[in-house]
Design a protein around this ligand. Structure first.
Ligand code: MLT
Length: 264
């Protein structure tokens, strides 16, 4: 079922009385990147996914986004749906939003799943790259930027075996409002560093990382894992940055084992 909260497209699946899992997607994707997880977990959990402001099918508005405004949106969804301590599951930019949400409102969540993400803010090199991306979109339009960015997100096996799926994902993201994509780049560029707060996370946390993740490699995610008290780490073999799409079976199994171990 689709609903609108705070002008955002929000997608609900499963029984509302079941324990909620709130999925936050990466950049430049939309809620459909969690399809395999929603299909699996809506059998016994209440799954909520949404399109982050500026990404997806809706117009982006003014594109003046910050990580803070993304967390405000997440909080609005939790409040509006009266979600009772959802499991928070974010990938990459969705992970940045999740990590900042854990700093601001950890008591709202029962567990966290952080996929292919990092707690560090962008360094100068990263900021220049984002700025170059914005310049490129202004000059060439969105399609070429999207093609290069998304291709780099996937591991070799997916690129070789599932070229048609990759093409469809790129085509979809190329239809987004460029204002929203640029706004998301600015929000990531200006986000704060959440590393100092990792030691304060008190809820069970699962960290998932693709073995071939070129953007947030296992070495970075293992550092995060060591800084969080009650964390578990799973590496997904032969997968890149988009583990939930690249190896949904293993990602789903890891999530289910984690939920079961923590009696949820
Ligand atoms: C994402 O998948 O959300 C992006 O790769 C994050 C980023 O560019 O830092």
């Amino acid at each position: 079922m689709r609903t609108t909260i705070n002008d955002l497209a929000v997608f609900l699946s499963g029984n509302k009385a079941s324990k909620p899992i709130l999925f936050v997607h990466g950049f430049p994707f939309d809620h459909t990147m969690w399809q395999a997880q929603v299909d699996e977990f809506s059998r016994d959990y209440f799954c909520i996914s949404y399109d982050i402001r500026g990404l997806g099918e809706l117009p982006a508005g003014d594109g003046q986004f910050t990580m803070e405004s993304f967390v405000d949106d997440l909080e609005a969804i939790i409040k509006e749906l009266k979600l009772n301590n959802p499991v928070l599951c974010g990938l990459s930019m969705g992970g940045y939003i999740s990590l900042r949400a854990l700093e601001r409102i950890e008591n709202r969540f029962s567990m966290a799943i952080l996929c292919d993400t990092r707690s560090e803010a962008d360094n100068n090199e990263g900021r220049f790259k984002r700025a170059a991306g914005i310049k490129r979109i202004n000059k060439e339009g969105l399609a070429l930027f999207t093609k290069d960015f998304i291709t780099n997100c996937f591991g070799d096996v997916f690129k070789q075996m599932r070229g048609d799926d990759l093409k469809k994902i790129i085509e979809k993201s190329s239809q987004f409002d460029p204002v929203g994509v640029k706004g998301s780049l600015l929000a990531m560029l200006s986000r704060s560093d959440t590393t100092v707060s990792l030691g304060k996370i008190n809820i069970p946390t699962l960290i998932i990382c693709g073995e071939q993740d070129a953007l947030t490699p296992p070495s970075i995610m293992k550092d995060m894992f060591h800084k969080i008290n009650n964390a578990e780490f799973v590496e997904i073999p032969k997968a890149g940055h988009m583990t939930p799409i690249e190896n949904p079976l293993l990602v789903n199994k890891s999530i289910r084992d984690f939920l079961t171990r923590n009696k949820l």
